[in-house]
Design a protein around this ligand. Structure first.
Ligand code: NDP
Length: 332
């Protein structure tokens, strides 16, 4: 395993981490969760991602029970949660001081832990002043209930505002952003967030490296039984891939598979390793729904050396979606 600094912080996070969205409860039950976490940990993973909304809180309960069973030294692993969608009432969602603090207390209870290492604002909240959220996070840090905090899918200007407000008010700034990043989704990570790395030393823990499984090539002949896109409650996700963008994304995945075959590897491994080539990424959060997938995805580390400039060029030729660099208008 490779360990990378979480942005400018001193925290070392494994470059591949373990995610639980959709999988815990729907696809992975309690005994399997402990087995999968144990396998990940044995292979060097030290970061386990969660959120208050995953399986309506049950994902944290399952992770907490697994951690209790595994009985690892608390100082050897990092657990995250995210606050935003905590319930249907107006006081149970968003990033008000009330919800941020209550959500943290509830997550701690579900996990059975004394503190959460990384606590993310799962989305921006247009109804709450950013300063209120920054203050709430600072309170939790000072109380030792969370160690670092971050954002997820915030716009660059919102993160800059949080950074500047924290600085001006002597509050703890966000350390990390959690955006989607994969071969299809590149704009935020590769362009919009540029100043966040250079000016604010932000780290990234990125999600959906396989675009929910599309970047494994498994959907080329339709939707396999028991796969994520066959789940009833994820019909919206299936529509997203299979109506608007179906042809395009499946065709692209097929072309990418030719590159992975040439390299003697799988498209899943190539796609994950490609994310890791970006040094602004601190950790790529994996989303395996069984042990076989987990093992394969962790093996992605081995193929990073194979992805040289000629392979990257072949990938760019298929994708054609590299965000443009800033234009030097003086050259016109
Ligand atoms: P992926 O894009 O990697 O998708 C995971 C899905 O892909 C699995 O459920 C599985 O689907 C399929 N898959 C994974 N590995 C393989 C393989 N080797 N071969 C075939 N199929 C495979 O990741 P996620 O979308 O799950 O995102 C990763 C994590 O990021 C989440 O678990 C969560 O912790 C976090 N996340 C954060 C978000 C945020 O807003 N901050 C949003 C979404 C995720 P199948 O069910 O078909 O087996």
């Amino acid at each position: 395993m490779e360990y990378r600094n979480l942005g400018g912080s001193g925290l070392f996070v494994s470059s591949l981490s373990f995610g639980t969205w959709v999988t815990f409860k729907t696809q992975v039950d309690l005994p399997l969760s402990a087995h999968m976490m144990a396998r990940a940990y044995e292979r060097g993973v030290n970061f386990f991602d969660n959120a208050e909304t995953y399986a309506d809180g049950d994902s944290e309960v399952i992770m907490g029970k697994s951690l209790k069973e595994l009985n690892w030294d608390r100082s050897t692993y990092i657990v995250s949660s995210k606050v935003f969608w905590g319930g249907k009432q107006p006081t149970q969602m968003g990033l008000s001081r009330k919800h941020v603090i209550e959500a943290c207390h509830q997550s701690l209870k579900r996990f059975g832990l004394d503190y959460i290492d990384l606590f993310y604002c799962h989305r921006p909240d247009r109804d709450t002043p950013i300063l209120e959220t920054v203050r709430a996070m600072d309170i939790l840090v000072r109380q030792g209930k969370i160690l670092y905090w971050g954002t997820s899918e915030w716009e660059a200007h919102q993160i800059v505002e949080a950074q500047e407000l924290a600085k001006a008010n002597y509050l703890t700034p966000p350390t990390v952003e959690q955006p989607q990043y994969n071969l299809f989704e590149r704009q935020k990570v590769e362009k919009d967030y540029s100043s966040l790395y250079s000016k604010y030393n932000m780290g990234l823990t990125t999600w959906s490296p396989l675009s929910s499984g599309i970047l494994t090539g498994k959907y080329k002949n339709g939707v396999p039984e028991n796969s994520r896109l066959s789940l009833e409650h994820l019909a919206w996700l299936k529509d997203h891939f299979f109506n608007q963008e179906r042809k395009n994304k499946l065709e692209i995945a097929h072309q990418l598979e030719n590159i992975s075959t040439e390299l003697g590897t799988s498209l899943a491994k190539l796609s994950i390793a490609w994310c890791l080539k970006n040094q602004n990424v601190s950790s790529v959060i994996l989303g395996a729904s069984n042990m076989k997938q987990l093992d394969e995805n962790l093996d992605a580390l081995d193929i990073i050396p194979l992805i040289d400039s000629s392979v990257l060029e072949k990938i760019e030729n298929v994708m054609g979606n590299k965000p443009s660099s800033d234009v030097n208008f003086k050259a016109f």
